[in-house]
Design a protein around this ligand. Structure first.
Ligand SMILES: [Ca+2]
Length: 347
């Protein structure tokens, strides 16, 4: 009798290690000591992290979201009576006149949002710091009074107020915008560009003829746009803000807001009014006399120093928050309420 503790004797072929098992045993690599295993794990983590960073910087990740703007025609400039009703000084009515027909033969693309700080910072990280030059910013002076002044130490990273990565980049002149677009085109292989002035207004109106793409009224501005409002008046400690300088509503932002924080227009474009003024490809023209009717960039007779900006901003007084409003700014001048958005032609 075997002892109870003895293992039972198995009289089968399985008791004999077969050839396959022997082969596996021979082929099995020796177990790594813990240090090389840790090293292998670290290498794996680094490789995965590098792949994630690479995909973030892949050309497709750099492409801005674009809205398809359909071909069509529209009347550029304010409807009769709008300037008077909005109390635009008669001295500058000519800027937005004459009203004229513009026809777009082809569809084109316009970015949903203005270029953000995060997007611009990628460009700067890869191409180097922007040339110095300062920026005109809206800040408190020695007497704690807000006002516009050029500060040599200000730039897109520090425009005189706090911003998130998703806020629009500001303190960028037209060369900054053109250099960004050249870099973006090189990275993506696509042909982005600044919008023409006619494209911008056609897209901003999105089929509307009213002063604003939400209608004529100023009272709904804070649903659709970050403008000079009661939030900015409070920041300036104004007890009785002038209704001609501050919209009678609160949009929640004294300075820039993250892009896309307000309702879009009928084409699905965000911040076409308010937040930041946007560089346009056309040089400044003092009126629309001689403007092209095909929506192309209007170069001839344009100002050699001043460029065109559209869309008003977080600092915009009510009468300037209109689709027809236009402004000029020196092309080499940076301001803390001017940014840009990109467009692209379709084949
Ligand atoms: Ca505001």
């Amino acid at each position: 009798m075997p002892e109870a503790s003895d293992p039972p004797k198995v009289e089968s072929a399985a008791a004999e290690p077969d050839a396959t098992v022997r082969l596996e045993q021979v082929a099995k690599p020796p177990k790594l000591p813990w240090r090389p295993r840790m090293l292998a794990l670290v290498v794996l983590v680094v490789v995965v992290a590098l792949m994630a960073i690479r995909s973030q910087f892949a050309p497709s990740a750099l492409e801005p979201e674009m809205v398809h703007i359909p071909a069509g025609r529209f009347t550029m400039g304010p409807a009769p009576g709008e300037q008077e009703r909005e109390r635009v000084p008669a001295l500058i009515w000519h800027r937005e006149l004459p009203q004229h027909e513009v026809k777009f033969a082809k569809d084109f693309l316009l970015a949903n949002y203005t270029v953000t700080r995060a997007e611009f910072s990628r460009f700067v990280a890869e191409t180097g710091p922007r040339p110095p030059g300062g920026c005109a910013t809206f800040e408190k002076d020695r007497n704690e009074q807000y006002g516009w002044e050029t500060h040599e130490e200000r730039d897109w990273r520090n425009p005189g107020f706090p911003q998130t990565d998703h806020d629009p980049v500001v303190c960028v002149d037209s060369r900054d915008a053109e250099d960004y677009i050249a870099w973006l085109n090189n990275e993506t292989g696509l042909n982005f560009r600044l919008p023409t002035e006619a494209e911008w207004e056609y897209a901003a109106r999105a089929g509307t003829k009213t002063a604003r793409y939400w209608g004529e009224g100023r009272d709904r501005a804070c649903i659709y746009a970050n403008v000079s409002d009661l939030t900015l008046a409070k920041e300036q400690s104004l007890l009785h803000p002038n209704p001609e300088e501050y919209l009678p509503c609160g949009d929640g932002y004294a300075f820039t807001s993250p892009v896309g924080a307000f309702k879009p227009n009928g084409f699905g474009l965000y911040d076409m009014l308010g937040n930041v003024q946007q560089w346009i490809s056309d040089p400044w023209h003092a009126s629309y006399n001689g403007a092209p009717s095909d929506g192309s960039t209007w170069v001839s007779g344009g100002d050699e120093i001043f460029g065109t900006v559209r869309g008003s901003s977080w600092n915009a007084i009510p009468r300037n928050v209109r689709a027809a409003d236009r402004s000029s700014s020196p092309t080499g001048f940076r301001v803390s309420d001017i940014g840009f958005r990109v467009a692209r032609s379709l084949p």
